[in-house]
Design a protein around this ligand. Sequence first.
Ligand code: NAP
Length: 527
Amino acid sequence: MITGKNYVGSQLLAGGTKTYKTINPQWNIENPWTFTEASPEEIEQAIALADDAFKIYKNYPAAKKASFLNSIADEILELGDALLEIYCTESGFLKGRAESERGRTIFQLRSFANMLLEGSWLEATIDTAIPDRTPLPKEDLRKMLVPLGPVVVFGSSNFPFAFSTAGGDTASALAAGCPVIVKSHSMHIATGEMVASAVIKAAKKHQMPEGVFSNLIGSGTTLGTSLVKHPLVKAVGFTGSINGGRALFDLASQRPEPIPVFAEMGSINPVVILPEALEKNSKKWAAVYAGSITLGTGQFCTNPGLLLGIKGENLDQFSKELADEIEKIAPSCMLHPSIKADFNNGREKIRSQNGVTTVAEYKEETAPNYAQQTVLSVDGKTFLENTVLSHEVFGPFSIIVQCENLEELTAIINKLDGQLTGTIIAESAEISNYDTVISALQNRVGRLIFNGVPTGVEVCASMLHGGPYPASSDSRFTAVGIHAVKRWVRPFSYQNWPDELLPEALQNKNPLNINRTVNDVITNKPI
Ligand code: NAP
């Protein structure tokens, strides 16, 4: 069933010389399949096909693109348990996680299909002419969003379905009208090939232009960089490390024609636990946070890696309770031996810094790629002075920072790098006394959470999954929810354009029956 080849459009090709294997992290052995990297000619062909496909695909009616997206969802489901098994084999995740992530991926595809059918996402805006305006007549102007062109998507390691081959980046780019070339993540190439086969099947079923989707195998530094440097590629989606995302961002900026890179990178997701909440509910929050820190073996970009509180008995009590909870959770498998090695190295680097103590650690032996969840602690002054302590440790890890007072806690927040989320744990009576903390946090994050956990990212239009750099490379956009489509479009105006030559979204009759802003009023009425 797995061919080990690249999808260059709908063709399965394997002209490269380098081969790859993926790992089964549960068993710590290589998987049986051999994958062949895309040759330079195949990369060139995939991009040329995408560029040709763009000229056709961008003009397809919304309903046709929506059917394509729904059909991708159907074809993924059609792959059944065989897909889930390969996902588990390559990721170390259990079947329940595979099912829920597949469900999320299907939901994302269908959400973008619904968005296309509803139509207001195009932001069609019309200002009709006023020929007799004095001193000068007003022209007829009509604006809408149009797709950028071929998009390269770097699949993530930690979401082999939802942020990979047919995940949120791909679904949103296809919805925008952009062909997609996926750089398959090297840790789950077989999962990627199976999902790609579903996309290609759907593309054929709906007579999509050849090259609307390709799935290529290769390393970041060869395949990844040649895709990003190619003049016909017009935007990039990425989820992964700060080093990888930043390298691609710099590469894209240095092109003769710079292009946007929407990179979702590191985050330690600060959680501020206020004094009354600690006094009244420390046991409850300790249990909740032990669960959040270890969820998905901590391999979430929203993992709570930094817990901030005011020094004292209550924080000590919370630390003890968190330790009890953390130590009794059975460790789980990480995505790959290299991710496990990074986890151990990152954790030990932080533990070896002056003033850092261990609060909790799973102490029993584990299988090779299982992570021993760990919570460390340090005082606020030391944390402020040592930037190593705020580095992301990807995995089940968190550090408790014991602040001297509110001023020190606020100073820490102000000094943090940009984050995806910030959380406040508080009793409702005390929250109003902490305006400065809330305001500082809002300045550093993309999403604020009250009395909850940062893990668990709802897919809906009001979700913001992004944040100031380096949480993401452009804090104005989200990678989750239908507004993720905005990353792949640009606004475009027609002036005095003949009605019959306008896209349907801007024509007088409003044949799509969509909501538009006409002379400053939102309406679906014809003009
Ligand atoms: P990664 O190393 O950044 O790789 C992500 C993708 O980018 C891979 O396809 C990789 O290709 C490619 N890539 C990496 N560096 C590149 C470069 N310089 N030029 C071009 N392409 C490049 O991330 P990962 O493999 O997913 O995980 C490694 C670490 O990233 C984790 O341990 C964790 O610290 C972090 N991470 C963070 C998040 C988050 O959401 N915060 C999510 C996932 C991972 P190849 O692998 O084929 O070279």
